[in-house]
Each structure stands twice: as C-alpha cells, then as structure tokens.
Ligand binder design. Structure first.
Ligand code: SF4
Length: 260
C-alpha cells in the first residue's frame, strides 16, 4: 500500500463542495456495489505473520506493493522476527531494501521498530492502536493495516486512494485522514471497515484513478463527482457563439497591427 498523503495533490479532481455526504444507508449500498467490482478485495502485500505485515507496510511508504513483494521474501528469511531485525546491520539492511526507495529512513524505522518490539512487547506485535503508533516508523494508517489484516481487529486504513475516492463519491468531505477514518467508521459496521478500505484502494488504483475511468465504474450513478463534474463536462456547450461571429472586425484588427 502506498503512503497516505495530505495536501492538495489527491484533490485536484475532487467533486464540487457540498453541505451533505452520503447517508449510512447509501454508503453501505455503495460498498455493496464496490464489492461486486472488486470481489475479495484485500491487501496486495505478501505476509504470513503480523510482524511480516508490519515490516512490509513500513516498506510500502512511497513505494508500490509489487516492489515491496519483490524484496520481502529474502528479507523475511534473513530477519524472521523482531529479535533478528533488531540486530540487523544498517548498511546490510539498506542494501536489501534499496529498491523500495527512502531506504535510509526505512532502515532506521525498521530497526527502531524491531528494538522497541523486543524491549516493550517481548518481540510480539501489540494488538492495540495506541501501542502500535508508539513504535518508531508506525503511523495510524500502518497500524490499521496490521490490526485489520493480521490481527483480526477492525481497522480502516486511509491512504491517498481512500482520501481521493471517498471524497469524490461523496462518502466523506475532508482532506484529513483521521477525519475521513472517523466519518467512514461512524457509518459502517466494524466488521466492514478493513474490506471497505481495501475496496476503495483497489478502486482508486484500477478505476477511480486521478483521471477516472467513469464509464466502467459500477457506482457511477451514485457518485457526486460524476454528477457534478464529469457529466457536466460532457454536456455540449449551450449557445456557444459561432467562430465566424467571434472574429474581430477587419478595421480593429488593422489597429492592433499598427501598434506593433
Ligand atoms: S464515477 Fe468516476 S469519479 Fe466516481 S467513483 Fe467512479 S470512477 Fe471515480
């Protein structure tokens, strides 16, 4: 999963401002439809333990899941648990994760995270939001990924895709990931949180891209951005003046020419 971002980037194409967002009933119906477009939506990171998913999610910041999945098999063989990773040599670890980008910061975060797991949690990944975000390199999005996918505890990760897509549809109205998480979790049952995030992420990667593929989107009829921006842009312009009528009179054109 790529990292969540704030700022204007994800919102270049957002819907027009509105006083309302979808009701709880409408939101659940939209996720029912998204489930048909993305059946079995799940994280695309490969892992077999909570520790591995924590490592993979830290590596996925500013990277792609595919790139992370290329490096993690060898990484997990070399550092199968927190104790092994806590003893890693920085230069060696940096070399192994180099292709995922930001390798120096990630190496520092991974070793710091592993040392904290050993020191505070006997090497185990804690199963609470507070304890997870207290670990070096672990933010709320990463914690929700691990809680929801590896520990069976409801969590709704908000990344840049969730921010963009949920705002476009009209499910939420906020640029703040924490507010978006609160708005979505307030209208969805906890058992739906993680898969709802997975569906929005897949929808953002495959269909509702920065330049959206609305014609193949199953929720087009429910989407505020489609109604207020895309469909209006497709309407023929009413009463556009004919090209010939817009031409300036010959006399005035000769005046502009004479000023050069
Ligand atoms: S209709 Fe278009 S803008 Fe709306 S969710 Fe679908 S792809 Fe995105």
């Amino acid at each position: 999963m790529s990292a969540g971002t704030r700022g204007p980037g994800p919102f270049i194409n957002r819907r027009l401002p509105s006083d309302t967002v979808k009701t709880a009933h409408e939101t659940n119906e939209i996720f029912d439809k998204l489930d048909t477009q993305h059946p079995g939506a799940d994280t695309e990171l490969h892992f077999s333990t909570a520790f591995e998913l924590l490592v993979a999610t830290i590596l996925s910041a500013q990277s792609t899941d595919a790139l992370v999945n290329q490096v993690t098999p060898a990484l997990f063989r070399r550092y199968p648990d927190a104790t092994a990773l806590a003893r890693a040599r920085t230069a060696s670890l940096e070399k192994q994760i180099h292709s995922t980008g930001f390798f120096r910061a990630k190496s520092k975060a991974l070793i710091g995270m592993a040392k904290a797991l050993v020191a505070r949690h006997d090497g185990e990944v804690p199963a609470t939001m507070d304890a997870l975000v207290d670990l070096p390199g672990v933010g709320r999005k990463t914690a929700n990924v691990v809680l929801g996918h590896a520990l069976g505890i409801p969590g709704l990760p908000v990344d840049r895709h969730v921010l963009r897509v949920a705002n476009r549809i009209g499910l939420v109205e906020s640029d703040d990931p924490i507010q978006v998480e609160q708005q979505l979790t307030s209208v969805l049952a906890p058992e739906r949180w993680t898969r709802a995030s997975d569906a929005l992420i897949l929808h953002g990667r495959r269909i509702c891209r920065p330049k959206p593929l609305c014609d193949v989107c199953v929720i087009r009829d429910d989407c505020d951005y489609f109604a207020t921006v895309v469909s209006r842009a497709r309407e023929p312009r009413a009463a556009a003046p004919k090209r010939a009528q817009r031409k300036a009179p010959r006399a005035s054109r000769s005046v502009r020419t004479s000023r050069r």
